[in-house]
Write a protein that binds this ligand. Structure first.
Ligand SMILES: C[S@@+](CC[C@H](N)C(=O)[O-])C[C@H]1O[C@@H](n2cnc3c(N)ncnc32)[C@H](O)[C@@H]1O
Length: 494
């Protein structure tokens, strides 16, 4: 097998002696190192090998801007944050940061997403505008899609898709946690989506499955699964995925292509092959940030300019590639959706109580009014659809939009996704937990006493939005002094 042929002898490095040394067991494939030296020169290749093998893989996070700012994050996480040059919302943690940052209640409340620094570089190039139609074709687990949703501020539509059932589930959970309000989450092959929705999107992101050379610093599996054959197989698959991605673009729309691998064939080469197949594709110059280099392995100058590379020796972490293309034609602003006849709102409420009563108990009237035109009951939930005209029949859809309420035992109750997506001025009753221990208890599913929270006077019976340091944790039902915890069992942490 090629994978074995190209692998050098396995060295066990369990228990690395230097604090920055990585504890990976498999050597970097020799054929990869030889190719890297040919591509970037022996000195640079040596520096990259050192970065991959020895330097710390520094953890980074990206803030969810409507929830958490840098100063609050530093205070509540108890660590200083260092700006990452690739994304204004991204920060490196100190090398000696405690391991539990991702277990903070601020994380559970969607205040931030743990994301490799280089991976944060991609979403800013998509630059989605509120109101646009945007699709992320290989979106799981949602690092980039959750930033796209935040940038769109609930307006327009973000289709977040992944072909893998298991990973699409993780994508769903992350978009819910980060409070996406305008996401349609699907599990489908990109070619199937292109067949249905070709020519409709202002922006398409393809963060493609790849041979993962940029992950060698932290992933034994990436090292073990790499081979020259695997690179070639990935490149063929990327050609197919790029064709699907391009077909989804409206005239004037933009395609952002990204990988976390370093070789030419899956990066600049994939773009050059696409340009040969698609005469109405044009490279778009990238405004690269510091630490990002042009696509040096391209044979065309316009592809070099349209590409950005973050090599592992510049990122304290992964390597990444990103490129931007445009579909020629009228401006994407001229795009119009195919407005189909959609069923009247809440047409299927016969025999059910109206969810509007519940929504009016929970949300301020202006929010209910704004949501009402796009409300639909599907299954036993009521959803606000960001794009009622988007045909979803026959697709595996994890979420057709923002889930607002669920029907159980003949009664509506507010959905967890609603708690995670609303803002403080949109809910009728809220209580703020100020103490981290009480927040942790709430995340475990425990009942609280109103004495544990600010703004909680005794009430007869009320739906209450529970927050901690301005991030939402979920709903509670308050009776007297007690807050009965409605956080879903699937999310309760022990
Ligand atoms: C690099 S990851 C995406 C990471 C994601 N964009 C993020 O930021 O969190 C690539 C994704 O492609 C998906 N994938 C694998 N094979 C695929 C295929 N043939 N078509 C579409 N997606 C595929 C994988 O399930 C994986 O989630």
């Amino acid at each position: 097998m090629a994978a074995r042929r190209n692998r050098t002898k396995t060295r066990k490095r369990r228990g690395a002696s230097h604090p920055n040394e990585r504890d990976v067991a498999t050597s970097i494939p020799t054929a990869f190192l030889e190719r890297l030296a040919a591509d970037v020169g022996p000195d640079r290749a040596k520096a990259m090998q050192q970065a991959i093998e020895v330097r710390a893989n520094r953890r980074a996070l990206r803030l969810n801007p409507s929830r958490l700012d840098r100063s609050a994050a530093e205070t509540h996480l108890g660590v200083p944050l260092t700006p990452v040059p690739f994304n204004p919302l991204a920060y490196w943690l100190p090398e000696d940061a405690p391991p539990g940052v991702g277990r903070s209640p601020l994380h559970a409340g969607g205040g931030f997403y743990m994301q490799d620094a280089a991976a944060t570089a991609v979403a800013p190039f998509v630059d989605p505008q509120p109101g646009e139609w945007v699709i992320d074709l290989a979106a799981a687990p949602g690092g980039k899609a959750s930033e796209l949703a935040a940038r769109m501020d609930g307006r327009g539509v973000l289709v977040a898709n992944d072909v893998s059932a298991q990973r699409a589930q993780a994508l769903h959970e992350n978009l819910e946690r980060l409070g996406a309000r305008n996401a349609v989450i699907t599990q489908a092959a990109p070619a199937e989506l292109a067949r249905r929705w070709g020519g409709r999107f202002h922006a398409v992101l393809l963060d493609a499955p790849c041979s993962g050379e940029g992950m060698f610093g932290k992933s034994d599996i990436a090292r073990q699964e790499w081979s020259e054959d695997a690179v070639a197989t990935c490149a063929v698959r990327q050609d197919d995925l790029l064709d699907a991605a391009f077909a989804l673009l409206a005239p004037g729309g933009r395609l952002i292509y990204a990988t976390c691998t370093l070789n030419r064939d899956e990066n600049e080469g994939a773009i050059e092959r696409l340009l040969k197949r698609q005469p109405d594709a044009t490279p778009v110059n990238l405004e690269r940030t510091s630490g990002m280099e042009p696509g040096v392995l391209a044979s065309r100058q316009d592809v070099r300019n349209a590409s950005g590379r973050i090599w592992p020796d510049a990122s304290f972490g992964e390597g990444h590639f990103v490129a931007c293309l445009k579909r020629t034609g009228a401006q994407a602003g001229a795009f119009t959706a195919d407005r189909r006849e959609t069923p009247p709102m809440l047409a299927s409420t016969e025999g059910m109580p109206s969810p509007l009563t519940l929504l009016s108990e929970v949300l301020e009237p202006h929010v209910v009014d704004a949501l009402t035109p796009n409300l639909r009951i599907q299954g036993r939930s009521v959803w606000a659809l960001p794009a009622p005209e988007l045909p979803l029949d026959g697709l595996h859809v994890l979420a057709p939009g923002w889930r607002l309420a669920d029907l159980t035992h003949g009664r509506w109750s507010p959905a967890h996704a609603l708690a995670m997506g609303v803002m403080v001025h949109e809910v009728r009753v809220s209580v703020a937990i100020t103490d981290a221990t009480a927040a942790a208890r709430f995340l475990r599913g425990e009942e609280l006493d109103v004495g544990d929270a600010e703004g909680a006077e005794p009430r007869d019976s009320a739906w209450v939005w529970v927050t901690y340091q301005d991030v939402p944790l979920g709903w509670a039902r308050q009776r007297g002094h007690r807050l009965r915890n409605l956080r879903p069992k699937r999310l309760r942490v022990s």
